[in-house]
Design a protein around this ligand. Structure first.
Ligand code: DQA
Length: 146
């Protein structure tokens, strides 16, 4: 199973700054992930929370349950050492996804603590970044099993 975890305000996708994040909703993201995972023969556990503590708990629970984590930590990317520590502790492949290109935006979005522990990062490709992350994760997990 691959965990696909989403942080704060991503429940508002579709209505929240569509000029930055696009018109697709979180349900659309989930449907895209489900379709892509099915093509790849992967099971996913797709979730969203606004709570930092809940996100940390979900990451901790991935240990022994998930083969990898795809995470859009949203604003916690830029602030949460707790989330970074949890991701480091689970010792799993991690692909960080951002819908927008955080490096073209405000200075405070340029630093992601999550990037410091992620296997790889996808940013700026819209919601298709989630599908790309799943493809990369399928390769990473397959290579680990070889
Ligand atoms: C985001 C980028 C973050 O800076 C922002 O706080 C978000 C969404 C993205 O997907 O582009 O909430 O992670």
């Amino acid at each position: 199973m691959i965990a696909v975890l989403n942080g704060p305000n991503l429940n508002l996708l579709g209505t929240r700054q569509p000029e930055i994040y696009g018109a697709e909703t979180l349900d659309d993201v989930e449907a895209l992930c489900a379709e892509t995972a099915e093509q790849l023969g992967l099971a996913i556990d797709f979730r969203q929370t606004n709570g930092e503590g809940e996100l940390v708990t979900w990451v901790q629970e991935c240990r022994g349950r998930a083969a990898g984590i795809i995470i859009n930590p949203a604003a916690y990317s830029h602030t949460s050492i707790a989330l970074m520590d949890a991701l480091k502790a689970v010792d799993l492949p991690i692909v960080e996804v951002h819908i927008s290109n955080i490096h073209r935006r405000e200075e405070f979005r340029h630093l992601s603590y999550v990037s410091k522990v992620a296997t790889g990062v996808i940013a700026g490709l819209g919601i298709r970044g989630y599908a790309l992350a799943l493809r990369a994760m399928a390769d990473i997990v397959a290579a680990e099993g070889e």
